[in-house]
Design a protein around this ligand. Structure first.
Ligand SMILES: [Fe+2]
Length: 442
């Protein structure tokens, strides 16, 4: 956790508390009778449940908890919305999920800030609090303002902390998360209108009639996600087992997967393409599982032409192996099969050139070679950041796609990749020299 992240979180906390205090003072609310109190408590509990049962994939969270939170604004007004957001999310994160204090404090405060700002815009556009009647025409404009403000505030605050934490540019983080967040927020907020309608017609029962099916959907998505995670772990385990035969390549595929994912995000690819490139990065050398290949590892003396042919067959072998898996997309297979094609047509196995090489394969080619250059090999030490950058520039347009290389170099990824490779580095044997600095990634 950097000092920048801590200062940013502190700023968000202060802003959330100041805004909450102002909203409570400016829009005090008096709830009388069973229905409004039961509604407030039910929405608060539904928010807690939605947040606690949310599906977490990496940094993204898919949860229905936004629906009861947004619903609170037109039913009970800004004061209830802000206070219940603060309470519900604190219960979910601090006492149920038990996330790290700095994480849950940031999450609770950024959410409260976003909902608070959205509520102010809702009121400024003429929106009122009404749990007895429903007028679509009256609510639609202010509700739109609430949703847009919430979305902009939420995505900006979250992207800011991710950018600081990962040392990426805010624009790259925004490009990655905004489309998914927008779709999620738009769907959630549109649905909130139904929930408001259901409450005005049926009271608390209306909330459960409309929201319970969504909780079941979220649960089934969570089960599916768990299955996908297990599949991924099995693949990672398989790759680790293969790489364990050679300490110098240990961890290489997982680093290539991670770098491939990051570069794909920087290139602005849609999320399913990012996932495919990450998978291809993890599995790009799976063809090396072949026993003929393992006999070559650590064998004394140079490689014969036959040995070289065996090594060069690994992309095809890998793609053939992966074809037998039902959930492997053509794009992943193509990236694995062609990850040793050179931009000028001098690579293998098909000798493809330029744009004929699948884009995923061109991305893997760059990150695969970068990680190889940043790693020690028995016959040479790891290259420095400057040496790697020089190699990339020198072979741009020959081995590498110039566009992919340019994006990689301008993104600052190389420095991050070097830090990670250094942590995983296997020490050199004493006899190694810097004579063969040029890396040919097999
Ligand atoms: Fe390879």
């Amino acid at each position: 956790m950097t000092r920048g992240v801590t200062a940013y979180v502190a700023l968000v906390v202060v802003a959330a508390l100041v805004l909450s205090g102002a909203v409570v003072l400016l829009f005090p609310v008096e709830l009388s009778g069973f229905t409004p109190w039961a509604g407030v408590i039910a929405l608060l509990l539904l928010t807690v449940a939605g947040e606690a049962l949310g599906v977490r994939t990496g940094r993204a969270v898919f949860s229905v908890s936004l629906i009861p939170t947004v619903t609170t604004v037109p039913l009970f007004g800004p004061c209830v919305a802000v206070v219940s957001t603060l309470v519900a999310r604190t219960i979910a994160h601090a006492f149920i999920l038990r996330t790290k204090p700095i994480k849950w404090i940031f999450n609770v405060c950024q959410f409260t800030l976003a909902i608070g700002l959205g509520s102010l815009v809702y009121v400024a556009l003429g929106g009122g609090a009404d749990y007895n009647t429903f007028h679509l025409g009256r609510i639609l404009g202010p509700f739109g303002g609430l949703v847009v403000t919430y979305f902009v505030a939420n995505i900006t605050l979250v992207s800011g902390v991710i950018a600081l934490d990962t040392r990426k540019r805010v624009i790259d983080v925004l490009r990655r998360f905004a489309p998914v967040a927008f779709a999620n927020d738009l769907a959630s907020s549109s649905f909130s209108i139904f929930v408001v309608f259901a409450f005005t017609q049926l009271g608390v029962a209306g909330l459960f009639v409309v929201l319970l099916p969504l909780f079941f959907l979220q649960h089934s998505y969570s089960l599916q996600n768990r299955l996908l995670k297990q599949n991924k772990e099995i693949l990672e385990f398989t790759v680790r087992t293969i790489e364990a035969k050679d300490p110098y390549t240990s961890g290489h595929s997982e680093r290539v997967a991670s770098l491939g994912r990051e570069l794909a995000e920087i290139l602005g690819l849609p999320s399913h393409r990012v996932e495919e490139i990450e998978t291809a990065g993890l599995l790009h050398d799976i063809g090396k599982i072949d026993f003929a290949y393992s006999e070559l590892i650590g064998s004394p003396g140079g490689l014969t032409d036959v040995d070289r042919d065996i090594i060069r067959s690994h992309p095809e072998r890998g793609a053939h192996l992966l074809e037998s898996l039902s959930n492997m997309s053509d794009s992943v297979l193509a990236a694995v099969r062609h990850h040793h094609e050179h931009y000028d047509g001098n690579g293998y196995p098909a000798g493809l050139s330029g744009k004929d090489i699948p884009f995923g394969a061109r991305v893997i080619m760059v990150v695969d070679t970068v990680d190889a250059m940043l790693s020690n090999r028995p016959y040479r030490p790891a290259l420095s950041v400057e040496e790697v950058a020089a190699e990339l520039r020198s072979f741009s347009g020959r081995q590498f796609d110039p566009f992919v290389v340019a994006k990689f170099l301008e993104s600052g990824m190389l420095e991050r990749a070097a830090r990670r490779a250094e942590m995983d580095r296997t020490p050199l044997p004493l006899a190694s020299s810097r004579q063969s600095a040029r890396v040919v990634a097999y």
